[in-house]
Ligand binder design. Structure first.
Ligand SMILES: [Zn+2]
Length: 315
């Protein structure tokens, strides 16, 4: 198993979970503090990678005190129930709107099947329910003490999903942002590249921009730890790119929706301009990042169409 954890400094490590069978896609962060803490689990298929990564770091899964999930989408929290079997002393820390779906994942499974169709089983099974006494809920602004020198703060950050929070770490002055302020494409090494993540079915663009402003402009973090994938040391660039792409996604989405076209059309239209942008920056046509972006844009497009469908119903 080739997944040596990446040392990100500030006692934080990143374990690649090989989500979708791909490297540098989805990761689990290890905060090696007095109370050993993991952020994100990825889907159940990532659990062996997490255990192997902990072993590489000479850490015992039985010492894990907290497993924090930024939100309950299966590529972030789907493996939490399974991982608990190896981390019997851990509590799963979750947004108040997510907790009951971890205890009873039936609606979560239904939602993911709607998005992933026949790939669902291969990508996400098994989804193990989490006993309620193992869950710990964090309201907006609440904290979690990991040691005398570290208290994490939870900030509710809707936009990608209503059950999403971001976690502030004072030691690094960094934020674990899940999917709230986008995806970082680690496959491109020559420059930084970020796109918003607008998955169904709680995508809300105004809230997403508000969360982006809160994390980068208000809280002035130095590091951003993405759910997908790895760390950014350049929040200003993240802000620039996400605040460029998000309105574009929405604008193209609105046009496609008004014409009565579907998410496939939308996905192709966004892909065309992303491709144009990347090719101008010399990312060649056959580069493997395009496959991944294409996959993401299909899900993003479903979320945008869903947003306009709901908006039309309520106005
Ligand atoms: Zn998500």
């Amino acid at each position: 198993m080739k997944n040596k954890p990446i040392d990100l400094g500030n006692r934080i490590y990143l374990i690649d979970g090989f989500d979708l069978g791909l490297p540098s896609r989805t990761g689990t962060y290890v905060i090696n503090d007095k109370a050993l803490t993991l952020v994100e689990t990825g889907p159940s298929m990532s659990v062996p990678y997490i255990l192997n990564g902990l072993k590489e770091l000479n850490l015992n899964p039985r010492d894990v005190q907290y497993i924090i999930v930024t939100h309950i989408h299966l590529d972030h929290a789907g493996g939490a129930g399974l991982l608990l079997k190896d981390c019997p002393n851990a509590k799963v820390v979750v947004h108040p709107k997510g907790a009951r779906h971890l205890a009873d994942p039936s609606r979560l499974i239904l939602g993911a099947k709607a998005v992933y169709g026949e790939d669902f089983e291969r990508l996400f099974e098994p989804i193990v329910p989490i006993p309620e006494e193992k869950l710990m809920i964090k309201e907006d602004g609440e904290t979690l003490k990991l040691s005398d020198s570290c208290e994490l703060t939870f900030h509710h950050t809707p936009g990608h999903a209503d059950h999403h929070f971001s976690i502030y770490d004072p030691i690094s002055n960094g934020m674990f942002t899940g999917d709230t302020i986008g995806v970082r494409y680690d496959q491109i090494k020559e420059f930084e590249f970020y796109l918003p993540s607008t998955s169904p079915n709680q995508f809300r663009p105004v809230e997403m921009i508000n969360s982006l402003n809160k994390i980068i402009k208000e809280l002035e973090v130095d590091y951003i730890y993405f759910g997908h994938f790895n760390m950014s040391t350049n929040p200003t660039e993240v802000y620039k790119q996400i605040s460029y792409w998000l309105p574009k996604f929405v604008e193209i989405g609105e046009n496609v929706f008004r014409k009565g076209q579907d998410h496939e059309v939308l996905s192709n239209e966004i892909m065309a301009i992303v491709q144009e942008t990347l090719q101008k920056k010399n990312v060649p046509e056959g580069h493997h990042v395009y496959e991944l972006i294409k996959l993401d844009l299909q899900v993003c497009s479903m979320g945008i169409i869903d947003y306009f469908t709901k908006k039309e119903k309520t106005t």
